[in-house]
Design a binder for this molecule. Sequence first.
Ligand SMILES: NC(=O)c1ccc[n+]([C@@H]2O[C@H](COP(=O)([O-])OP(=O)(O)OC[C@H]3O[C@@H](n4cnc5c(N)ncnc54)[C@H](O)[C@@H]3O)[C@@H](O)[C@H]2O)c1
Length: 343
Amino acid sequence: MSSLVDAGLTVHVQEGAGRHAHALDAAYRAAGATVTPEDPTAQSDVVVSVQPLTVHQAGLLEPGTVTISFLQPANERELLGVYRDRGVTSFSFDLLPRVTRAQSADALSSQALVAGYRAVLVAAERLPRFLPMFTTAAGTVPPAKVLVLGAGVAGLQAIATARRLGAVVEAYDVRKAAGEEVRSLGAKFLELDLEAQSGVYASAQSEEFLERQRELIGRHVAASDVVITTAAIPGRRAPVLVTTDMLKAMAPGSVVVDLAAESGGNYAGSVAGQEVWVGDVLVHGALNLPSSMPVHASRLYSRNVLNLLKLMVVDGSVRPDLGDEVLDGCCLTHDGRIRKELP
Ligand SMILES: NC(=O)c1ccc[n+]([C@@H]2O[C@H](COP(=O)([O-])OP(=O)(O)OC[C@H]3O[C@@H](n4cnc5c(N)ncnc54)[C@H](O)[C@@H]3O)[C@@H](O)[C@H]2O)c1
């Protein structure tokens, strides 16, 4: 906040906006912002939010207003139409190019880190047994076995957290390159007899591939006390990696946390924001886990926003140059048109 003020911008925050993240109005005032009782959206040149604006809010924007938020284009066609018609320049963190220069603005990564950490805590809390090993006078408790499917930013953080809590961890990713990172965290990388089509980022695999993957992964799921699934394909439905038969083969009381629940689920029966029992196994469909750890999720997000905005500020005013590859990559609407092909 103070960095934006130092950059010459005037910052308005709606009263109580930070309450759930324990950021009080007084703290915003102390950082140089004006706290307003009404929603300041319509009067602003730049509107920053976590979730996309509502269609109603978008309808109040002046031409040339800049908006920054997460925004999945396929889910927000109506909103994009309003942005286009009102001449709004909108940016989405979901489309930020993952080039080195944009790393400090990479909100997908910062929030995935929070989600991966949190997923393990959710699982640990729901699990009716210890994660670490204990040797006691009453006998030895073996460590819990945790399987992490998808070893991107969230998966790696889940592995690190589960390891810190003393679990024995296995992980799998279609990107073989993830193996080194998994092993460096003290977990075992599953080498499946499968040839994935993959580069730095996973591409969608064929249904035959996924079928074979499910066959090979089934016994690892069955042997685990906790499964955390994080596998995603940007802009597409998440691949189904876990089946009901696999869950039925797990020990009673086992827990699955599906971080891909919002994009269809790595288990097809996951429901985002709900816990469902499949026999004696609990499936937690994660919904916006970062919001359950708002202090650090917000702190990291605010840094990402600041670093994206810095690319747009010229002499104290916000003037995005779409010749910049980072801004070009994540700009959805500008000058009365939608700039990306909608899936
Ligand atoms: N250069 C940069 O600026 C930058 C920034 C962020 C991430 N990255 C890298 O990008 C990669 C992916 O990051 P992410 O966390 O955003 O990924 P993501 O959220 O898109 O997907 C999560 C993981 O699921 C995996 N996955 C997809 N289909 C799968 C399947 N069928 N089975 C198993 N796993 C499957 C993906 O390979 C990925 O690792 C990581 O290597 C990360 O370190 C680079």
